[in-house]
Design a protein around this ligand. Structure first.
Ligand code: COA
Length: 156
C-alpha cells in the first residue's frame, strides 16, 4: 500500500477559540483507552493550563481548513529525581484518519522543543503495553523505557 502523503499541519499553543475542539480530541483519546469522560473537567484543565504557563502547555495541530486534528499536553511538575522543573507528557493524540502523516512526530518534536525552552529537565510519559508504534515514535526521540510500574489511587 502506498504511504499516505505527509501533511503540513500547523503546530501551535492552544488559543481560547480552540478549547472546544481540544476537549473533543482529549475525550476521543481517552475513549480509545476505554476511559469515558465528561467535558467539564477536561475544559477546566485546559483553561488552567492555557492561563498559566507554570502549569505546562497544550499544543494543537491544525490543518489548512482550520480543523484541529491532534493535540499534546505537557504538564509541568517539580521533581526531586530530575532536580527541578520537569514535565509529564500527559496526552498525545492524532485523529485516526490523520495518522501516519507525520503529525504525531511533529507534536512530539515540538513538545521537546518547548520543554527545553522552558528549562524543563526531563520529560516523563507512560505508554500502554503493546503500543509498539507509539513506543517506536518515542524511542526515535531518545525516550528510554523505565523498569517501573505506575500505581494510581483515586481520591475523589
Ligand atoms: C501515537 C499517535 C499520536 C501517532 O500519531 P501519528 O500522526 O500517526 O504519528 P506519525 O505519523 O508521526 O508517526 C506514526 C508512524 O507513521 C510513520 N509515518 C510518518 N509519516 C508517514 C508517512 N508519510 N507515511 C507513512 N508512514 C508515516 C512513522 O514513521 C511512524 O511509524 P514508526 O514509528 O513505526 O516508524 C497516534 O497514533 C495516536 O493518537 N494514537 C492513539 C493515542 C495514543 O496512543 N497516544 C499515545 C499515548 S502515550
Amino acid at each position: 500500500m502506498p504511504w499516505p502523503t505527509p501533511i503540513d499541519a500547523n503546530i501551535s499553543l492552544i488559543q481560547p477559540g480552540q478549547i472546544e475542539a481540544a476537549i473533543q480530541l482529549f475525550r476521543a483519546q481517552l475513549l480509545e483507552h476505554g476511559i469515558t469522560t465528561s467535558p467539564t473537567p477536561i475544559r477546566s484543565v485546559i483553561e488552567k493550563v492555557a492561563a498559566d504557563e507554570k502549569r505546562g502547555f497544550i499544543l494543537v495541530a491544525m490543518i489548512e481548513d482550520g480543523t484541529l486534528v491532534g493535540a499534546a499536553f505537557g504538564s509541568a511538575f517539580l521533581g526531586v529525581e530530575h532536580g527541578g522543573e520537569s514535565g509529564w507528557l500527559e496526552e498525545l493524540y492524532v485523529r485516526p484518519e490523520w495518522r501516519e502523516r507525520g503529525i504525531g512526530t511533529r507534536l512530539v518534536a515540538e513538545v521537546i522543543r518547548m520543554a527545553k525552552e522552558r528549562g524543563w529537565r526531563a520529560l516523563d510519559l507512560e505508554v500502554e503495553a503493546g503500543r509498539r508504534r507509539v513506543i517506536s515514535l518515542y524511542e526515535r526521540y531518545g525516550f528510554q523505557s523505565q523498569s517501573r510500574a505506575r500505581f494510581c489511587l483515586k481520591l475523589e
